[in-house]
Design a protein around this ligand. Structure first.
Ligand code: AMP
Ligand code: GLY
Length: 427
């Protein structure tokens, strides 16, 4: 079959790498892709947010199956448009994508389902939001209702900071229309983990555990990013917690979405806060995590394509996935300055040498091929992945690969995996 992957980051490189290896895949397209993806797929210069262009391309090429990577086209209705055109698609409808597209919708859905989550209030009026903050006290969390490229969440230590966050979102429109409504949330304490399930409308098939590092600085300090690294397995996700999450979080969510007439089809990503008093949902996303996807694809032993098709066909109940026992780690290399402002165009050398090391695969995110020279175009630029018999071994291999990459314009965190390693050392 001919397959189209939509997107062009490290997550989509990992998806293309897996899908291209499937014996079922005759021809793989990626829109828009990147120079790394070009080694696995035919890249076509259509933006991931050009809904008309993507539907036209899929029809013209008689593509059999489309896998949508990022959330924005899903929220814009790409999956609906493709299905209307008769093209099988992995990814939720615009209505179901509201679970990521609107935090207020998501929180109400969780309340309706009885799923544990932080206490909250939703506000369209800034004075009402501030009164609620004063009543609740600090620390407290202020979030834009709409999508804000991962930046619309402000953790506030004081009431004054929280009031200022409301002003920046609602009055100054720092995040545009995303801040027309805000959600004010109880501040949760615990350890975060990312949990992924494939959903076919009614059944959810859990994937293996993973954990990412969101903060830019070593020791998990400093501003939040999209993710500076990840590893799998995540020892915090014990079998007991996985079972708790399926029973108290995932299955009730999937059922409520069916009851609401907006069944979910695709990968559902639950951002969890795990604490002694139980596990709560921080957020839902309608896509694979980036960079979590990179470690999941490295550990997947089964062919991914039949699983994605089974999700699209409503047949996941007959499905099982097999995984490699080895651990996987991804270390993200980002442009100096990220997540603040950064320069584009610096040259990157040594990616091939790193790729040649045993068990290493370098996925591209923000790269460009300028007449044979690889340059950086994004904040997060490379996802260096490695396998190993344990998280520590995978970490050693990942940092050895990073040594081979010569890119003065970029940096990485040197402590990816520390929580898993510390847990192991203590045990
Ligand atoms: P979100 O996009 O809602 O997951 O928020 C991004 C990050 O902010 C999360 O990964 C957490 O690190 C943090 N965060 C969000 N909500 C809360 C909360 N209620 N309590 C504590 N931290 C939070
Ligand atoms: N790495 C977290 C995310 O993709 O949102």
């Amino acid at each position: 079959m001919d397959v189209l992957v939509v997107g062009g980051g490290g997550r989509e490189h990992a998806l293309c790498w897996s899908i291209a290896a499937s014996p079922l895949c005759d021809h793989l397209y990626c829109a828009p892709g990147n120079p790394g993806i070009a080694q696995e797929a035919e890249c076509v210069p259509i933006s991931a947010e050009d809904i008309d262009g993507l539907v036209r391309f899929a029809k013209d090429k008689a593509v059999d199956f489309v896998v949508v990577g990022p959330e924005v086209p899903l929220v814009m209705g790409l999956a609906d448009r493709l299905r209307e055109a008769g093209i099988k698609t992995f990814g939720p409808s615009a209505a179901a994508s509201q679970i990521e597209g609107s935090k207020a919708y998501m929180k109400d859905l969780l309340m309706k389902s009885g799923v544990p989550t932080a206490a909250y209030g939703r506000f369209k009026d800034s004075n009402a939001a501030k009164t609620y903050i004063t009543e609740q006290g600090a620390p407290i969390v202020v979030k834009t209702d709409g999508l804000a490229a991962g930046k619309g969440v402000i953790l506030c230590d004081t009431i004054e900071e929280a009031h200022a966050a409301v002003d920046s979102m609602m009055t100054d429109k720092a995040f545009g229309d995303a801040g027309n409504e805000v959600v004010i949330e109880e501040f949760l304490v615990g350890e975060e983990a990312s949990f992924f399930v494939l959903v076919d409308g009614t059944h959810a098939l859990p994937l293996i555990s993973a954990q990412d590092h969101k903060a830019v600085g070593e020791g998990d300090i400093g501003p939040n990013t999209g993710g500076m690294g990840a590893y799998s397995p995540a020892p915090v996700m014990t079998d007991a917690i996985t079972e708790e999450v399926m029973n108290t979080i995932i299955n009730p969510t999937v059922k409520t979405m069916v009851d609401m007439g907006t069944p979910y089809v695709g990968v559902l990503f639950a951002g969890l806060m795990i604490s002694k008093s139980g596990t709560k949902v921080l957020e839902y996303n309608v896509r694979f995590g980036d960079p979590e996807c990179q470690v999941l694809m490295r550990r997947l032993k089964s062919d991914i394509l039949p699983a994605l098709i089974a999700a699209a066909d409503g047949q996941l109940d007959r499905f099982n996935l097999r995984w490699h026992d080895d651990a996987a780690m991804v270390v993200v290399m980002a442009a100096n300055g990220y997540p603040g402002s950064y320069k584009k165009g610096s040259e990157i050398k040594g990616v091939e040498t790193a790729n040649d090391q045993a068990g290493v695969v370098v996925f591209h995110a923000g790269t460009k091929d300028e007449n044979g020279t690889l340059t950086a175009t994004g904040g997060r630029v490379l996802s260096v992945t490695a396998m190993g018999g344990s998280v520590i071994a995978a970490q050693t291999n990942a940092y050895k690969a990073i040594e081979a990459i010569d890119w003065p314009g970029g940096f990485c965190r040197r402590d990816i995996g520390w929580r898993a390693i510390e847990r192991k050392t203590k045990a």
